[in-house]
Design a binder for this molecule. Structure first.
Ligand code: GLN
Length: 478
């Protein structure tokens, strides 16, 4: 990472870097609204100064690098709202494992970023604290649910931010904001301290401008954790040789049948141009058959709400945040949840509770889990013919604020290209691969075999060495 290297070389000091990041936030966040909470300036500068005074030998790989966290990850003493009124006033007494590792590597966490309430959504309009705006066009959404983290990186407020991806919430906002976003293999990054949405799908992943920086961030936050039993036992280290290996000798699987209906023509043209770029650099290509994404969409919108309905049962006015007073205990539960949760979260809780209830469990939840197994096998078959699968990340570029918020189904359709990845536990990366005539970022998604995070990063890095889409900046944000 260029900034980390400059810090290490002493050409810029951590306090200067933190000052510059805070100035950039002060100048732009009034328009963008990427942050829900910024830590106190004096406290941040003191943290930077402590680093400055420490011997260089003690500096970690991200020493002095400003970072931001989606506001569904716990950081000791800072608010953690999940974009919801129900967590108003809650300050976790501990750090998420990914947060602890980021800080141990020397990153300076400036604050918490906006999100769709409890990470449910694709536009960041479901936040109880108002939407985030896309730095490329303030009339458009940044994508979601990690829209604040994506916008903070796109607007050059921070070089690195973390998001969480349950069905696309790192990749889709990365796509709409023109930055790199990685959803690691399931189990690669500990979920300890990430407020659970759908535990069998959730993964924390990094945003950065370059794939190289995203890879560095992953190497810091990845690895086994005794506090999360679903975390993979193996360490994940950044293998420089693998990252730089280029695409020669790799086969790209292209699911041709998924590139028709609903795909924006400019997205499609950019996708084919990217294929040319990669095959021109020595990659082979093979057509692969993948199941129609409507199956993933249907399975996801049963499994995710089912898990959410159970995970969100803990927000009852007793243990965390908001409490609406009432005459009796049941009344307090009901009125707290009624005023604390927004419409999308309530919709998910109702769908999930219904799908899990006696008499419907077999017809919905169990069926969805069976479809999930078929989706995993479908990918296993595709990966017999290729090393990575390539797809667009999102069917369209950023849409206008307000355009889809009243139509949940059209909002859910944004995730057609991202959901299956989470159901199958695969790693997948989104990188910018062009711009629409209106100047909005377009995107390429690279999917790998379970555990092959290094391979998707390798392809993404090779793509960025061949192109310069990732260097373009939104006007006024450079
Ligand atoms: N947009 C999807 C949803 O609303 C995915 C969200 C996510 O990945 N957190 O559930």
């Amino acid at each position: 990472m260029e900034l980390a290297a400059r810090l290490r070389a002493g050409s810029v000091r951590p306090t200067e870097v933190v000052e510059a990041a805070l100035d950039s936030i002060a100048a732009r966040d009034g328009d963008v609204h990427a942050f829900l909470h910024l830590r106190d300036r004096t406290e941040l500068l003191a943290e930077a100064r402590r680093l400055e005074d420490a011997p260089r030998s003690e500096w970690g790989p991200l020493a002095g690098v400003p970072a931001a966290l989606k506001d569904n990850m716990c950081m000791e003493g800072s608010p953690c709202t999940c974009g919801s009124r129900i967590l108003e006033g809650y300050r976790p007494p501990y750090n998420a494992t990914a947060v602890r590792k980021l800080r141990a590597a020397g990153a300076i966490i400036l604050g918490k970023t906006n999100l769709d309430e409890f990470a449910m959504g694709s536009s960041t309009e479901n936040s109880a604290y108002g939407p985030t705006r896309n730095p490329w066009d303030l009339g458009r959404v940044p994508g979601g649910s990690s829209g604040g983290s994506a916008a903070a990186v796109a607007a050059d407020m921070v070089p690195i931010a973390l998001g969480s991806d349950t069905g696309g919430s790192v990749r889709q906002p990365a796509a709409l904001c023109g930055v790199a976003g990685l959803k690691p293999s399931y189990g690669r990054v500990s979920r300890y301290g990430l407020v659970a949405f759908a535990s069998s799908l959730d993964q924390i992943g990094p945003f950065a401008r370059s794939v190289e920086d995203a890879a560095l961030a992953l190497s810091v936050i990845a690895g086994p954790d005794p506090l999360d039993s679903t975390c993979s036992p193996g360490e994940w280290r950044l293998d420089r040789a693998e990252l730089d290996a280029g695409v020669r000798g790799l086969t790209l699987g292209v699911p041709e049948s998924l590139l028709g209906e609903g795909l924006d023509p400019e997205m499609k043209a950019a996708f084919h141009a990217s294929l040319e770029t990669l095959t021109g650099a020595g990659a082979a290509r093979a057509t692969v058959e993948l199941m129609d994404p409507s199956y993933a969409l249907s399975a996801y919108y049963i499994v995710a709400p089912a898990e959410a309905s159970s995970n969100l049962a803990r927000f009852d006015g007793v243990r965390y945040g908001l409490r609406e007073p009432s005459a009796d205990l049941l009344g307090m539960y009901l009125s707290t949840r009624r005023s604390g949760f927004g419409p999308e979260v309530r919709r998910r809780i109702m769908i999930g509770t219904y799908a899990l209830s006696a008499g419907y469990y077999d017809a919905y939840y169990l069926k969805a889990q069976q479809v999930r197994t078929l989706i995993r096998r479908d990918f296993e078959r595709a990966f017999e013919q290729c090393d990575v699968v390539v797809l667009p990340t999102s069917p369209t570029p950023a849409f206008a604020l307000g355009e889809k918020i009243t139509d949940p189904l059209s909002m859910y359709l944004n995730d057609v290209y991202t959901l299956a990845v989470n159901l199958a536990g695969l790693p997948a990366l989104s990188v910018p691969n062009g711009f629409s005539r209106a100047g909005l970022p377009l995107s390429l998604q690279i999917l790998g075999k379970p555990g092959a995070d290094g391979e998707v990063l390798r392809v993404g890095h090779a793509f960025q060495k061949l192109t310069d889409h990732h260097r373009r900046r939104p006007e006024g944000m450079a």
